[in-house]
Design a protein around this ligand. Sequence first.
Ligand code: FRU
Length: 482
Amino acid sequence: MNKDLQLREEINKRLEQVRTKKMKDPYRLAFHLTPPVGLMNDPNGLVYFKDKYHVFFQWNPFGTKHTFKAWGHFSSEDFIQWEEHPPALVPSEWYEKDGCYSGSALTHQGKLYLFYTGNVRTNNGGRESYQCLAVSEDGIHFEKQGPVIELPKGYTSDFRDPKVWREKDRWYMVVGAQTESLEGTVVLYSSLDLLKWKLEGPLAGPRISMSYKFGYMWECPDFFSLDGKDVLIYSPQGLESQQYQFQNLYQSGYIIGSWNRQTKRFEHGKFQELDYGFDFYAPQTFTDNKKRRILIAWMGMGDEQEQNHPTVQNDWLHALTIPRELRVKGGRIYQRPINELKTLRKSHFEASFNLVHEQKEIDIYTQLQEIMIEINKFDGKELSLHLQGNWKLTYFKDQGVVTFERMRFDRSEKETRKCLVETVKHIHILQDHSSVEIFLNNGEKVFTSRFYSESTCTHCLLSVDGSAALHWQNWDLDSFCF
Ligand code: FRU
């Protein structure tokens, strides 16, 4: 039997095993994409093709470690009703034998093209990487075309995650890379036919547009124009953690500026993080049929805590974030949950509160919650929202700091992430069974995190140290349909 079929049979067996088990799983998510079994990491190949949104993802169906990597596949007409498909790519060929790594999708002449990295481990412990192409007529079955780009001179084999787009008469590709002097960078290619690619050189990075080293590797680059600006998103590794920045092991963020299409020079501002929570990495964007720029990220982090997520005991790990619509305003990216998610809203509660040095308890009847708080007036020191047993968000007005607290997975101790803010006027929260995404000031700053609590929380506690006039709304939310 050929390798491709053999791997697909093994994956099917694995799926059958878990589907007959029917485990009680309080942490399974209701409105986030999760792997049917095993480990999910980066979103891949986000695309609108033949009236459907396609979301591919890095998938190890055989365990919760980063060993085997295929491309899992979901599709949807509306981001709410999802269909699960057979894996789009399994690592069956010599040039991808140790993983069909991350990449992107595009549509051209009625076909769907996937560009991805073939990862190969060599006998002496090294690595080879190939940028590969696979093409599909129906969006479900893919014909592999093999490598279209080999490793260029000057870079190590940490060279991956091609993102391809079209401008005028040409295709462009950015690839995440490491230079031979171990600096993170992003490399640009161009092509007229999607098969032959010309190396244009680094697009950004220490050698080209920064005078300083910024991490040892940049993963998952994405380059696009939005609201009159050019934006490069990437995930740098090797940044030193600071009090209000780079608090996770790896980061994801962006630089904004203007790309000269003739000289290929990208003039840009400083790196800004996309998210300040514990679990956010390797985001990818695409434009849909409504011309929205939509971002989905891996809601996870490959750090030393990874195998301590309690879902590992139920044979699955990680999820993708909800889709977020991006806008650029005042030199920064704003992220907002896409409008379609409003169709998950069920019962609604709304009230205005004037609180003076007091705590207000608000009942919630399900873990699946959307909460929206408008802060019309706040004179005081601290304002916090505590979903008891789950997590706590606190705004320290004098310091201009917001903190997010959750319990560690490995021992009963709190851990915190923080970000700087000028003010907080608006808080928008989407909580699933074991994840929360918090958007401050209409998406100016975001915290994305998993949390695991033993008990289901039935109320939240709003505390004000000072006086505040707030408008509160919350909705119970529904689950996705599969
Ligand atoms: C980012 C990443 C990518 C790589 C993929 C492998 O999380 O390391 O650079 O292609 O995951 O799963």
